[in-house]
Design a protein around this ligand. Structure first.
Ligand SMILES: Cc1cc2nc3c(=O)[nH]c(=O)nc-3n(C[C@H](O)[C@H](O)[C@H](O)COP(=O)(O)O)c2cc1C
Length: 188
């Protein structure tokens, strides 16, 4: 239980479902029995677009602005991450890209689980894109091989756009969520 995981909600739009999916993962993947987990909501973080003169890898962690210092301190305090990523035009959301781009040392080499969701391809294009960025860039993060992907369907939602019964609808995705958490616990 000593390792600390940040579970990042990667979508910030007003009518998002990402927060519900993050909550579902938190409650159904078994992650809280293995780690101390905090939810990190990028909507609450409200980071502006990256606005330092130097690139993050040249910053030597000397942020000049309060929001950068705050974000740096927060991400630095985690041993690993779960990224809950929506799929927008086959990619992940811009707020998540910006939040990742802000930092360097604070992410570097840390293990991560990617949870994606979407309609046609269940967010797998978004997940593949995110994996590429986390692993192949100088961030060199260790993405767990199991990347739970949730296939959304219109029938899951009521007329207000809320999940009718997320636990029932997401039952088929639970095993992969648990498997990814097992892999994460083996990554330390
Ligand atoms: C700008 C935008 C682009 C989208 N593009 C895709 C897509 O390429 N593939 C897909 O399966 N769903 C796509 N969708 C549908 C999203 O998967 C769905 O709206 C999901 O709820 C988005 O996550 P969020 O509600 O947490 O923001 C798109 C939605 C938006 C808002």
């Amino acid at each position: 239980m000593s390792k600390k995981i940040g579970l990042i909600i990667g979508s910030v739009r007003t009518y998002r479902v990402g927060d519900k999916i993050a909550k579902w993962f938190l409650e159904n993947s078994g992650i809280t029995s293995k780690f101390k987990v905090d939810v990190i909501d990028l909507r609450e973080e409200n980071l502006p677009f990256y606005d330092e003169m130097l690139a993050p890898m040249a910053m030597k962690q000397q942020f000049t602005k309060e929001h950068g210092k705050r974000w740096q301190a927060k991400i630095n305090s985690y041993d690993g991450f779960v990224f809950v990523a929506s799929e927008y035009n086959f990619g992940y959301a811009p707020a998540l890209k910006n939040a990742i781009d802000y930092l360097f040392e604070e992410w570097k080499g840390k293990p991560a689980v990617i949870v994606s969701y979407g309609y046609a391809v269940a967010g797998t294009s978004s997940a593949a894109q995110l994996r590429h960025v986390l692993e192949k860039s100088m961030l060199g993060m260790k993405v767990m091989p199991t990347m739970p992907s949730v296939k959304l369907e219109g029938s899951m939602f009521n007329e207000q756009g809320q999940f009718k019964d997320i636990n029932k609808s997401f039952e088929p995705f639970k095993a992969n969520a648990e498997k990814a958490v097992e892999e994460l616990s083996g990554a330390f």
